[in-house]
Design a protein around this ligand. Structure first.
Ligand code: NFK
Length: 331
């Protein structure tokens, strides 16, 4: 098969419709199910953690974030900022707190970030909002030691755009220690030819300057680790994007790992962040990792066994909370 440029409009649309690739649920029910699961998970998180909701980080309507405070804050604490997906046009922070429980119990502050989705917002403004929110958090919460970003789908795109930020335009430089990109899109150009762009209305230039894939060469590799994760049942185009972006980052000098998660689709790959036992949330015991039965080109070559909080809580289960394994492509 050639590249996406050789695909018919119909095939391309299919590739960029995550709901059509799940073996678990059909396309008409999977989005509603995702909403229900993440909303219920967020409700549980709000019931069990101390929270401050709807904190404005700017004057815009959508510029608000929800904070889930760590259980036993000991002066300083790391923060995980979760950036929701929804193709830059749906979902919100209000059902994006589901990842908090396993983290707040380990002393991590979790932030569910809101941003103005299309059509109110456009891609340029969403990228700016995410960057500004990080500067806000650093200024507002001096207890924060180390920022970790986690984004899903379109949120992974926004998190990846943070990597190419020129922080001299901001008052502070956030200390970003790790970025977990789950089932993201890193080259926006194919989307110009799909329904996704109906609401986004991106021009070719907008798609280019907002494609992390095109920004890799411009960004100075930071001392932060990047984990690019993709689901077994993501579409071939989504999987290609994760593979190519992780390779480009590595070639540019970033410390990056690619994680291929078995048995999950575009939606449960992130829903499971609410579970203590999920590979992306579990501790050191979790060596089952992506056992790659389904993907013969991927081989686990080394367990890095070090992620997120190793600097902060050397003996906590958090040490390997996002188990970071080096997966190398043999093909
Ligand atoms: N219309 C899309 C919806 C979608 O892509 C989506 C829905 C919820 C959360 C994330 C999504 N994808 C990327 O942000 C689909 O066909 O799946």
């Amino acid at each position: 098969m050639g590249g996406w440029r050789d695909m018919s409009a119909e095939v391309l649309e299919d590739q960029y419709s995550p709901s059509r690739w799940s073996p678990r649920l059909d396309r008409d029910t999977i989005i509603d199910a995702h909403l229900a699961v993440t909303a219920a998970g967020t409700e549980r998180a709000r019931a069990s953690a101390r929270t401050t909701l709807h904190v404005p980080y700017g004057s815009g309507d959508g510029e608000k974030l929800d904070i889930y405070f760590p259980k036993d804050p000991s002066g300083t604490f790391p923060v995980l900022v979760y950036i929701h997906g929804g193709y830059w046009q749906c979902l919100s922070k209000d059902e994006s707190g589901f990842a908090a429980p396993p983290l707040v119990s380990q002393g991590v502050m979790v932030v569910a970030l809101g941003y103005d989705t299309a059509p109110r917002g456009h891609v340029d403004s969403m990228v700016l909002q995410v960057r500004r929110s990080l500067a806000f958090l650093v200024e507002q919460y001096p207890g924060i030691r180390g920022i970790y970003l986690c984004g899903h789908s379109a949120g992974a795109h926004l998190a990846a755009m943070v990597l190419s930020t020129d922080w001299t335009e901001f008052r502070v430089v956030p200390d970003i220690k790790g970025v977990v990109l789950v089932s993201g899109v890193y080259d926006l150009e194919p989307l110009l030819h799909t329904y996704v762009n109906d609401a986004l209305n991106m021009s070719w230039e907008v798609a280019q300057r907002n494609s992390p894939m095109r920004q890799v060469a411009l960004a100075v590799p930071a001392a932060c680790e990047v984990l690019v994760a993709m689901a077994q049942h993501d579409s071939p185009e989504f999987r290609r994007q994760s593979q190519e972006y992780s390779q480009a980052l590595r070639a540019a000098g970033w410390s990056v790992s690619l994680l291929d998660l078995a048995g999950v689709d575009h939606f449960d790959v992130i829903e499971k962040l609410s579970e203590d036992s999920y590979i992306l949330t579990q501790g050191q015991g979790g060596t089952v990792i992506a056992s790659s039965q389904h993907s013969s080109q991927v081989r686990i070559t080394a367990a890095i066994g070090r992620w997120y909080l190793s600097n902060h809580y050397p003996r906590s289960a958090w040490q390997c909370q996002v188990c970071c394994y080096l997966l190398t492509h043999l093909s």
